[in-house]
Ligand binder design. Structure first.
Ligand code: DQA
Length: 151
């Protein structure tokens, strides 16, 4: 099982970026915990981060055939990017959206996600642990699909 984890703009600054909102773990810390949790379950994690919308679109677009599912934190592009939404839809892989913060407790412009309607679900407000919760949900979803195919 291979899962692609996509992180959007400014998430490489985690650790020093607004720690009161995002916590003090770095992105590398979060990915290390997720990778360790995944490997105990026989799952391989590939992590990709970019600040550039087109690079995120390219990575998602190339995922079919190499990955079983995607975990994505589109960061600020969550609220603006039709291109990332279309890429998720086009790639046909089950995708879970993650946010470290609970965006609904923040500015109004963060209350809308253009990307979540093409995802199977969303986890927010649990800091870096949200990626682990997203992986659990995604693995459960993939197992359910597999069982339905066998029936
Ligand atoms: C974020 C929430 C977004 O609104 C913000 O632009 C981010 C991070 C989060 O993980 O809480 O960069 O996606």
């Amino acid at each position: 099982m291979n899962i692609l984890v996509v992180n959007g703009p400014n998430l490489r600054l985690l650790g020093t970026r607004e720690p009161a909102i995002y916590g003090d773990e770095t992105l590398a810390d979060i990915m290390r915990h997720l990778t360790a949790y995944a490997s105990e379950r026989g799952v391989r994690i590939e992590a990709f981060q970019s600040d550039i919308e087109g690079e995120l679109v390219d990575e998602i677009g190339a995922a079919w055939g190499s990955y079983d599912g995607i975990i994505i934190n589109p960061a600020a592009y969550t609220h603006t990017s039709v291109a990332i939404r279309d890429a998720i839809k086009a790639c046909r892989l089950p995708t879970v959206e993650v946010h470290l913060s609970n965006t609904h407790t923040r500015e109004v412009f963060r209350h809308t996600s253009l990307t979540v309607p093409v995802c199977i679900g969303q986890v927010m407000g649990f800091g870096g642990h949200g990626y682990v919760l997203a992986l659990d949900g995604l693995l459960r979803h993939l197992e359910t699909i597999k069982q339905e195919r066998i029936k």
